[in-house]
Write a protein that binds this ligand. Structure first.
Ligand SMILES: Cc1ncc(COP(=O)(O)O)c(C=O)c1O
Length: 335
């Protein structure tokens, strides 16, 4: 008789079927000194494409197939700072679609290599224009050749946030046994925050929704947007947030290093989101906080910050709850 092994991953017929159902990890070391606070990270790097964006990309492609906008002869086109592109490229390769992506020239070399390995065509855009430059280029390409492309336009496509409304949030409700009190996520397209946030609002209106973004226009938080100075995504709804927190690049780097020294090798926006979560956690009591960790650390290996900052063997690399005075740590955006 076959022996059932609890928790053994399922067998899938396509890589696309393995998107979602990511685990949560308790961040016990960060809970020291807090007042009955449970802190959990939603491990989105466990998606097959390595990031939270697999969910949105899969949904937008599926919606395109259902509506007839995406047919076999079309090329999937979008602007992306990397992770959505990797997701499109992975799903496109698995399902037999060509993928063309507008990507700022300065995304990390690791991302460029992954996109090429998955067979995507890359159109590089001005690094000084960031993700906005990529958006403008993708719009122009689509406008010039609308019959050639399927343009999901992740910044304005409801399928982006609905992916999180339908999957990410219900998973978190289930994984916390419905005890969630605070949800913390960073804003890129805002799909994760808006979709999951809307579901949590319906489930329990007292759940606090906290959004995280860079505290200045020039920042190193790849994947996150400084909304005040960026092209604001059409799917973004600022009123949904109970709190908007700004996080400095330095604080995110330090926490990302601290997480790696605990064996959690995650990307920079995970460090940024954790900065926001710790800000909340220090003021909370009897709370169950879930923070999104959008991707893993591999795509950032060429970044210098891994070797900078405080000695990991020294005191408090973990961002334990000691206030950091006057260093521009995470705080309200004051808008
Ligand atoms: C590394 C990283 N973190 C966070 C985000 C933000 O996710 P969302 O677009 O759902 O707001 C992204 C989006 O691309 C990302 O790549």
């Amino acid at each position: 008789m076959p022996v059932a092994i609890p928790g053994l991953p399922r067998t899938a017929s396509s890589i696309v079927d393995l998107i979602g159902n990511t685990p949560m990890i308790r961040l016990s070391k960060f809970e020291a000194g807090l007042r009955h606070v449970e802190l959990y990270a939603k491990a989105e790097w466990k998606n097959p494409g390595g990031s939270v964006k697999d969910r949105a990309a899969a949904r937008m492609i599926a919606d395109g197939e259902c509506s007839g906008a995406l047919t076999r002869d079309k090329i999937i086109l979008d602007a992306t700072s990397g992770n959505t592109g990797i997701a499109y490229a992975m799903i496109g390769a698995a399902c037999g679609y060509r993928v063309r992506l507008c990507v700022p020239q300065n995304v990390t070399p690791e991302r460029k290599k992954i996109l090429r390995a998955l067979g995507a065509e890359i159109v590089f855009t001005d690094p000084m224009e960031g993700s906005d430059g990529a958006i403008i280029r993708a719009r122009a390409m689509y406008a010039a050749d609308p019959d050639v492309y399927f343009y999901p336009d992740q910044y304005n496509n409801p399928g982006n946030w609905r992916a999180h409304y339908d999957t990410t949030a219900p998973e978190i409700i289930e994984q916390t046994g419905g005890r969630l009190t605070h949800f913390v996520a960073g804003l890129g397209t805002s799909g994760t925050f808006i979709g999951a946030g809307r579901r949590f609002r319906e489930f329990n209106p007292s759940i606090r929704l906290i959004s995280v973004q860079p505290d200045s226009p020039l920042h190193g938080l790849e994947g996150l947007k400084h909304m005040e100075t960026a092209i604001v995504p059409g799917i973004y709804e600022p009123e949904l947030a109970d709190e908007e927190l700004g996080v400095s690049t330095e604080e995110a780097f330090e926490l990302t290093r601290g997480l790696a020294r605990q064996g959690l090798f995650v990307g920079i926006s995970s460090g940024a989101n954790l900065a926001g979560a710790l800000n909340v956690a220090r003021r909370a009591s009897d709370a169950v906080i879930v923070v999104i960790f959008p991707d893993g650390g591999e795509k950032y290996l060429s970044e210098r910050f891994w070797d900078e900052g405080s000695d990991p063997s020294g005191a408090d690399p973990l961002g334990a709850p000691t206030p950091r005075s006057g260093e521009g740590g995470s705080g309200p955006l004051g808008r």
